[in-house]
Design a protein around this ligand. Structure first.
Ligand SMILES: CC(C)(COP(=O)(O)OP(=O)(O)OC[C@H]1O[C@@H](n2cnc3c(N)ncnc32)[C@H](O)[C@@H]1OP(=O)(O)O)[C@@H](O)C(=O)NCCC(=O)NCCS
Length: 160
C-alpha cells in the first residue's frame, strides 16, 4: 500500500507503552528520524517515573504504526518524541495520539505541555497547531542540517 491510501483510524488500538515496548518504538523511530534512538535509550526514557507513552497498533497480526512519548515533571510535561509510520501518515493518527496523550496528562494533574519542533517540519507543526499549541520562543540554529544552514527549534506550549 502507498502512503496516499486512506487508512481507517477505527482499526487502530492505542496502548500504554512500558519499557518492554522500547524495541518497537525504537524500530519506528529508526524509520522516521535521521538520528534514531536505540532501544536502550528509549527503554531508559520509558522507565522514568513520569513517562507517559502511547503506542498505536493496527493490522492482523498487529504491528506498531505510531507512538507519542511524553514525560511529566510536576505540573509540566514535555512531548519527547512522536512518530507515525510512513504508510499511516496523513490520516490523522498523530492528532489522535496527541489527543490521547493530552487526556492522560490532564488526568495526572499536568497543567502545561511543552515541546520543541524544527522549523522545517511542516507536518509536525501542523499537528501541534491543530492541537492548540502555540510558539513561545525559538532556539536559533538549534538543529544541524547536512548540506544547509542549521534551522531553529520552535518551543511550543499549551495549557491543558
Ligand atoms: C509529524 C507526524 C508525526 C505527523 O503524523 P500524521 O499521522 O501524518 O499526522 P496527521 O495525519 O494527524 O496530520 C498531518 C498534518 O500535517 C499536514 N501536512 C503534511 N505535510 C505537510 C506539509 N508539507 N506542509 C504543511 N502541512 C503538512 C497534513 O495536511 C495534516 O494536517 P491536516 O489534518 O490539517 O490536513 C509524521 O509526519 C511523522 O512521523 N514524521 C516524522 C517524525 C517527526 O517529524 N515527528 C515529529 C517531531 S518530534
Amino acid at each position: 500500500m502507498t502512503s496516499q491510501e486512506k487508512r481507517d483510524l477505527n482499526l487502530v488500538s492505542m496502548l500504554w507503552a512500558g519499557p518492554e515496548l522500547a524495541p518497537e518504538i525504537a524500530g519506528l523511530h529508526a524509520g522516521l528520524f535521521a538520528e534514531p534512538w536505540d532501544a536502550a535509550s528509549v527503554g531508559k526514557l520509558l522507565e522514568h517515573p513520569g513517562a507517559t507513552t502511547l503506542i498505536a497498533k493496527a493490522g492482523f497480526p498487529k504491528t506498531s504504526v505510531g507512538f507519542v512519548m511524553g514525560q511529566i515533571a510536576a505540573d509540566d510535561a514535555e512531548l519527547l518524541s512522536m512518530g507515525v509510520a510512513k504508510e499511516w501518515q496523513g490520516n490523522g493518527l498523530a492528532k489522535k495520539l496527541m489527543e490521547g496523550l493530552e487526556r492522560a496528562l490532564k488526568r495526572s494533574g499536568v497543567k502545561r505541555l511543552f515541546l520543541e519542533v524544527a522549523e522545517d517540519n511542516p507536518s509536525a507543526l501542523s499537528v501541534y497547531k491543530a492541537r492548540g499549541l502555540a510558539e513561545i520562543t525559538r532556539r536559533k540554529a538549534y538543529y544541524a542540517r547536512t548540506g544547509g544552514p542549521a534551522v531553529d527549534a520552535i518551543v511550543m506550549s499549551k495549557n491543558l
